[in-house]
Design a protein around this ligand. Sequence first.
Ligand SMILES: O=C(O)CCC(=O)C(=O)O
Length: 268
Amino acid sequence: MFKAITRGQNPLWHPGPDDVARRWSIARLGVYREREKALQPSLRGGFHESVMVSSWGLRWLAQQEGARMTRLMIRDFVVLKSHLDPAAQAGLIEALRPVLKAAPPFSPQTPSGKKMSVRMTSAGALGWISDRTGYRYAPQHPGGQDWPAIPDPVLRLWAEVTGLERRPDCCLINYYGEGARMGLHQDKDEADFSWPVVSVSLGDDGLFRIGNPTRGGRTESVWLSSGDVVVMGGPARLSYHGVDRIRYKSSRLLPRGGRLNLTLRVVT
Ligand SMILES: O=C(O)CCC(=O)C(=O)O
C-alpha cells in the first residue's frame, strides 16, 4: 500500500470540468514510498487530504492519466508537471531560436574563477551574469549587445501561471549539456523577493533538488521533465535549489540533446 495525496487547498488550483480527472492525476503523482527519495511531496500548505491506494490502483491511475497536467507542492515549490504539451514546448523552442542566435550562450565563471558547467544567456531588459567581479544582472550580453526581448509565448506563460500583470525583466536561459549540473544556491540578486521566480524545463530530464531557506539540512529531489513548470514564490522564493544531474538524451525535443531551463525573474 502507498500513501497518495489528493487535492486540497492549493492556491494555484483552478477547479473545472476536468476536476475529477485532475484529482486522480494528483493522486498518481503525489504518491510516495518511504524509500523513494526522488518524489516526496510535502503536505505543508498544499494537499491535505490523503487516501490509501493499492499498487494496482496506482498502475491504473497512471494508465488513465498518461501525461495529464498535475500539480505538486514540495516544500512550497509548486511543481506543474506536464504543464506544456509537446506542441507548446516546440513553440517555445522556436520562439527561443532567434534569442539564442542574437545572444549566444556562454560559460560563466564563478567569482572564485571556476567555469560553470551550465551555459547561459538571457532575454529581457537585464541578464544574469557571473565573473570574477561577482554575480549580478547586467543590461548587456558579455559580447556587448543588448539582450533580446523576452519572446511573447514566454511572457504569456508567466502571466498564465502567476496571474501577475507585472512582467519579468529577465528570462535567464540555462543550457545543460551532458554532465552539466548546478549546485544548491538561492536566487537573491533581485531587488524584491515578493515576486515569484518561474522555471520552465525543456528537453532532457533534470534532477531538481530542493533545500531549505538556510544552507544545509535535509533536501528533497524531483525529476523535472520537458514541459514541467515550477513556481518558486512565498517561502520557496529564497529556498536553496539546484540541479544534480540530467538524463542526457532522455528527450528528443532538442536535436542535439541536453536540457534548457528558463527562469523568469522580476529583477528591479
Ligand atoms: O535548471 C533548473 O531547473 C534550475 C535553474 C536555477 O536554479 C537557476 O537558474 O537559478
